[in-house]
Each structure stands twice: as structure tokens, then as C-alpha cells.
Design a binder for this molecule. Structure first.
Ligand SMILES: Nc1ncnc2c1ncn2[C@@H]1O[C@H](COP(=O)(O)OP(=O)(O)O)[C@@H](O)[C@H]1O
Ligand SMILES: [Mg+2]
Length: 599
């Protein structure tokens, strides 16, 4: 599922539409109240927040989407709005002032306890499923499975504010079952009211919102934290003795609200003058026994109330459904079994006593037929007693089995939670490793490209180097020998006589100069080379008389090079008498010289 295409109002796929066709939520709608997190905020790297489902005095509940597991969630954020606000970063929750720091920290700890309490009801059908708990943004979050449906409050509003006793009981029975389970584990809910009872699409009932945090905070900081009409008297004073009877009151008040459309008057007001009107006085059909039970559960004083949820449930339950014309109450799987069992046993004992009494009467009247009847009845009684004890031992075995199974299932659910947490951590690690791997791969690719470029550069440098070597070779030429020749007579004539090599000349005779240069090949066996040598003929007065440029070239295999230059054929006597020299230059460097005398 692409989260971009999800509607933040209902978490259904809306495609690219600006307004969701299913719920009319418009993309980009800001939070309704300041302090609420923006839709599309991501928490713990995997929870995408949507619109706010509800905000109470102590928390904000958001619709959310699990980005890893693709499922709808409800996430409750600890946000006691009387004592905290959201920092400038639009995320961090902070106490309003230093004075509130302690209360805030205390509430946060209690919120964690609420989470742990909820976690104990893993997979209990009547209590909303807690999936995760984490701390972030200076506060903490409870992650719950999302329940499609509506609160009991909304349900009542849809039906004009109230419903008949039969349907009301249908809804409240599973609430009472769940609360019995809560009490069995030594906890209290403390905030039962129509908005904390949730009906899912199949009319199954779930209890939401354990009020542990609010009641703890109230005790600590005197914040108003209970729902008027639903909270019993003991919740109004910090020393009030709270127990299962506290939830009994709130449950009965919720039922009273469902029947009459109004909650009972606030309990402290009832202390002075009890204005609670029995439903029957409002012309509401309710069996008299059930009404008695309801009013007893709504007793202002703790000691007048049912002490346990089971007692209240047993007393309020409808025995003769025909009298109301409503739907019979569904047999509840987890309804109390023990009282019924004991009733059966008591009945059976009564029958046995009656049987004995009849036998005794017969014996006293001395009836003759009674002997055979007597033995028949004895046999019958023995038979029944045997059945009873067999049933009792089966019950005990079943009960101990059930206890073991509950223990095991709790253990397993804790293990499962641990494993889920571990898995989530591993998924995060894997993702970060994968992204590291990706970036390492792209680094490697770019390094490879750099290497190729460098290799190409090296190749071209090598080529240049090779060229340079030939060039450099020229600088290494040392002119190992050169000769001067002279001719007498005209150059090219048959009489001409070449003399030399020599290093001094008679002026008159000197006509022609041939200079031979020769030396070892400086790049022998490596590289062919070529260079331009410059020969400067310098007169005795230091003036360069003649310059001749000669090319030097040698193949790679050639061991030596040689070249020659000639000058001075046409002007006899062109060579002034004195000390001459010939300098050999290459690329601005003088490689050598030879002197000669002209007489
Ligand atoms: N698991 C859930 N699934 C669907 N809706 C929920 C769920 N939890 C809470 N809500 C909605 O959010 C509202 C507020 O949540 P609740 O836990 O009762 O907090 P509070 O009453 O403290 O604000 C509820 O009345 C209900 O409409
Ligand atoms: Mg609530």
C-alpha cells in the first residue's frame, strides 16, 4: 500500500484525489485544535498518523496506519492538556511550567502502567487489543488495534438517546464480563461511560480507555478527572475507597443512561438529596428484579452497593425475557458459572431432604408397600449422589485446566510481544543496513568510474612520456667528435684537394669547411629519437659568423647517430685570421665546442 494514496481521514485508498470519496476528508487539512499532531506525522518510523479520533483531558487518540504491517490502528498520545503544551517543533510535548514538571512525569509513568495493564488483556475479546507502547516526543504512545464501529454514546445518539432494557443488557453483558476479568486480575477500569464502550461492526463490544492515568493524576494534582454522572462518590475524594464496586456504579450508570437517555445525577449531589428517578417511574419497561438490582448498583454509599461485578450481573440479568418483548439476552460464554452451579447443588440437596422426609413419614405410618419404594428411592438417591460427585470432580478438573491454560496463554502472549518488539527492532536495523549497502554500492560505482578515468589518463601520459623520451634524448646528445676539413682549390673541381680532418687552417687556402658530428644514440634500444642541432661558427671577435641547423635522427636500434654541416665555399679568405670556434647547441643548451686557428 502506498501511504501517499491513503486518506488520512479514514485510512482507505483514495488514489490521487484531493478529497476522499469515502469520507470527504480533504488532503492537507490541519489539526482541529492546536497541540494536536499534524496528519501524516510519522512516529517510531512506522506509524503514520491520521486525523484525531478524540481528545480527552489526558490524551489525544489518532487514527493511524502501520507502515510495516499495512493495518489500521488507533494511537493514543499522553497529553494532559491542563499541564502541558506542544513545543515549537510541533512535536515535543512539554510541561507548561516547572511547577507542573512533577505532575507531568507522574502522569507519564501512570500512562505506562495503563499500557502494561492493557497488555495483560491480550486477546481478551471484550477489551481493545494493545499492540505496542513506545516513548517519543517527550511523551508516550499506546498503539491499539483499530476497531471499526462506534462508541455506545454515538450508538445511543443515533437511536434518539435511549434504547430498551433488552438491547441495553445485550450491550452491557460483555462489558460486565470484561470488567469481571479486569477485577480478577486485581485492576479497576475507573472510567466506564458510554464513550468508553465501543461497538464494532458485528455488534461485538469492546471496553476502551482505562482511566488509571487520569485517576492517578487527579489524586496527585487535583485535576478534574471523572465523568459527572458516571463516577461514584468515592472517586470524588482522594481517600475514597475504590474497588470493583466503583466500576459497578459506573456500569449501572451507563445502563441507566441507555434506558433513560440521561446519566444519574452527580453522586455528591445525591448525597444531600437523592433525585435519582427509577426507570419504571419514567414509564420505562424493566423487570422489577432488574430495576432493583440497577438501583442497588447505583447506591451512593459503597457499602449499600454490590461488592462485585458478578453479583450485580447475576442480579440484573433478565430471567423472563418474554415479559419485555425485547430480544432475549444472549447466553454469554464467560457469564458466571459458579453461582448457577451452587444453585443446582442447593436444589439437589433440598430434593434429597424432601425425599428423606417422605421416607420418614412412610416409615412412621408403617405402610407395607413403602419398603420396596424405600429401597427404590434409596437406590435413586445413591445414583444421584454418585452423579453429583462425578460432576463435581469434573468441574474441579476443568477449573484447574482452565487456570493452567490462562497462565500459559498469558506467558505466550508476553513472549509474543517480546518477539514482536525484537522483530520490529530487526526490521529497522535491516532497513538502515540496506540503505548503507546501497550508498556503499554507489560509492563503489563512482570509484570504479574514477579508476577508469585515471587509467585513461595514465595511458595518455605514458604516450606523452614516450614522446618526451625521444625529445629528452636530444638533450642528452654529447657530441663525441667532430672534424674540420679544408679544401684547396674550387669545390667540386677535379683538382680540388681535400685535406683534413685538421683543426687549424691557412687563411688563403681555406675555402671550405665541413664539420662532421657523431655520437652514441642516447635512447638506444628504447626509442627512436630526432633532434635539431645548431652549429654556430664564431669568429675571433666573438661574432657569430654563420649558423647552420642540422637534423639528427636515429632508429631505435641504431647505436650511434651522425650528421654534418658545411660552409665557406665561395669567399676565399672569408675566414679571418685568429681563434675561431664552432659551438654545438640543442634546445638552448650548449653541448660542446671545438676551437681552430686560422693563419
Ligand atoms: N481502538 C480504537 N478503535 C477505534 N476508535 C478508537 C479506539 N480507541 C479510541 N477510539 C476513539 O477515540 C476516542 C477517544 O479514545 P479514548 O481512549 O476513549 O480516549 P479519551 O476518552 O481519554 O480521549 C474514543 O471515544 C473512540 O471514538
Ligand atoms: Mg474515552
Amino acid at each position: 500500500m502506498n501511504p501517499e494514496k491513503l486518506c488520512m481521514g479514514c485510512m482507505r485508498e483514495k488514489g490521487n484525489a484531493q478529497v476522499c470519496s469515502a469520507c470527504q476528508w480533504e488532503e492537507g487539512t490541519p489539526p482541529e485544535h492546536p497541540g494536536q499532531l499534524y496528519p501524516r506525522t510519522i512516529l517510531a518510523q512506522k506509524y503514520l498518523l491520521g486525523r484525531v479520533l478524540g481528545q480527552g483531558g489526558f490524551g489525544i487518540t489518532y487514527l493511524a496506519w502501520d507502515l510495516l504491517l499495512d493495518r489500521k490502528l488507533a494511537i493514543k498520545e499522553h497529553f494532559p492538556r491542563e499541564i502541558c503544551n506542544r513545543a515549537r517543533d510541533d512535536r515535543t510535548v512539554q510541561p507548561l511550567s516547572r511547577r507542573q514538571q512533577d505532575d507531568y512525569g507522574y502522569g507519564l509513568r501512570k500512562f505506562g502502567e495503563e499500557g502494561r495493564a492493557l497488555a495483560r488483556f491480550y486477546d481478551y475479546p471484550g477489551i481493545v487489543l494493545l499492540l505496542d507502547f513506545f516513548e517519543a516526543n517527550g511523551t508516550a504512545y499506546l498503539v491499539m488495534a483499530y476497531v471499526e464501529g462506534m462508541t455506545f454514546k454515538q450508538y445511543l445518539e443515533q437511536r434518539g438517546g435511549k434504547i430498551a432494557f433488552g438491547p441495553a443488557l445485550d450491550i452491557m453483558m460483555p462489558v460486565m464480563d470484561a470488567l469481571r476479568e479486569v477485577h480478577r486480575l486485581g485492576m479497576l477500569h475507573r472510567d466506564i461511560a458510554p464513550d468508553n464502550v465501543y461497538l464494532n461492526e458485528n455488534r461485538q463490544v469492546k471496553v476502551l480507555d482505562f482511566g488509571a492515568t487520569r485517576s492517578a493524576l487527579r489524586e496527585q494534582s487535583q485535576l478534574p478527572a471523572f465523568k459527572p454522572g458516571y463516577a461514584p462518590l468515592e472517586q470524588y475524594s482522594s481517600g475514597g475507597k475504590q474497588g470493583p464496586w466503583t466500576d459497578v456504579y459506573a456500569t449501572a450508570a451507563t445502563m441507566y443512561r441507555a434506558l433513560t437517555g440521561q446519566p444519574p445525577p452527580e453522586s455528591p449531589d445525591r448525597l444531600r438529596h437523592d433525585a435519582l428517578i427509577p426507570p419504571s417511574s419514567l414509564n420505562i419497561e424493566i423487570p422489577p428484579d432488574s430495576e432493583r438490582a440497577l438501583l442497588k448498583a447505583l447506591s451512593v454509599h459503597v457499602e449499600d452497593r454490590f461488592q462485585s461485578m458478578a453479583e450485580f450481573q447475576e442480579a440484573v440479568v433478565l430471567r423472563d425475557s418474554a415479559s419485555l418483548g425485547g430480544k432475549p439476552v444472549a447466553e454469554n460464554k464467560t457469564s458466571p458459572q459458579k453461582p448457577r452451579l451452587w444453585l443446582a447443588i442447593a436444589g439437589f440437596l433440598l430434593l434429597t431432604a424432601i425425599a428423606f422426609f417422605v421416607l420418614w413419614l412412610h416409615a412412621r405410618s408403617g405402610g407395607q408397600n413403602s419398603l420396596s419404594e424405600l429401597s427404590e428411592m434409596r437406590a435413586e438417591i445413591q445414583n444421584l449422589q454418585a452423579k453429583l460427585s462425578a460432576q463435581q470432580s469434573t468441574n474441579t478438573a476443568l477449573e484447574s485446566n482452565a487456570n493452567t491454560l490462562t497462565g500459559q496463554s498469558q506467558q505466550l502472549s508476553t513472549q509474543l510481544e517480546d518477539m514482536k518488539r525484537e522483530r520490529d527492532g530487526l526490521v529497522v536495523q535491516r532497513n538502515s543496513l540496506m540503505s548503507q549497502l546501497d550508498s556503499a554500492k554507489s560509492d563503489a560505482r563512482s570509484l570504479q568510474a574514477q579508476i577508469s578515468t585515471l587509467q585513461a589518463q595514465v595511458g595518455s601520459l605514458q604516450e606523452q612520456n614516450r614522446n618526451l623520451q625521444g625529445h629528452q634524448g636530444a638533450r642528452k646528445i654529447t657530441v663525441s667528435k667532430y672534424w674540420l676539413y679544408n679544401w684547396d682549390g674550387n669545390r667540386g673541381s677535379s683538382k680540388s684537394k681535400r685535406e683534413g680532418p685538421a683543426n687549424d687552417f691557412s687563411r688563403n687556402a681555406l675555402r671550405y669547411l665541413l664539420c662532421v658530428l657523431q655520437g652514441p644514440n642516447p635512447t638506444h634500444e628504447k626509442q627512436a629519437f630526432s633532434a635539431a642541432l645548431e652549429l654556430r661558427y664564431i669568429a675571433p671577435d666573438g661574432v657569430i659568423k654563420y649558423t647552420d641547423v642540422v637534423a639528427v635522427a636515429a632508429a631505435r636500434e641504431a647505436q650511434t647517430w651522425t650528421t654534418s654541416s658545411d660552409w665557406g665555399s665561395e669567399h676565399p679568405g672569408a675566414f679571418k685570421a685568429g681563434s675561431w670556434k664552432i659551438e654545438v647547441w640543442c634546445e638552448g643548451q650548449r653541448l660542446g665546442q671545438i676551437n681552430f686557428e686560422v693563419h
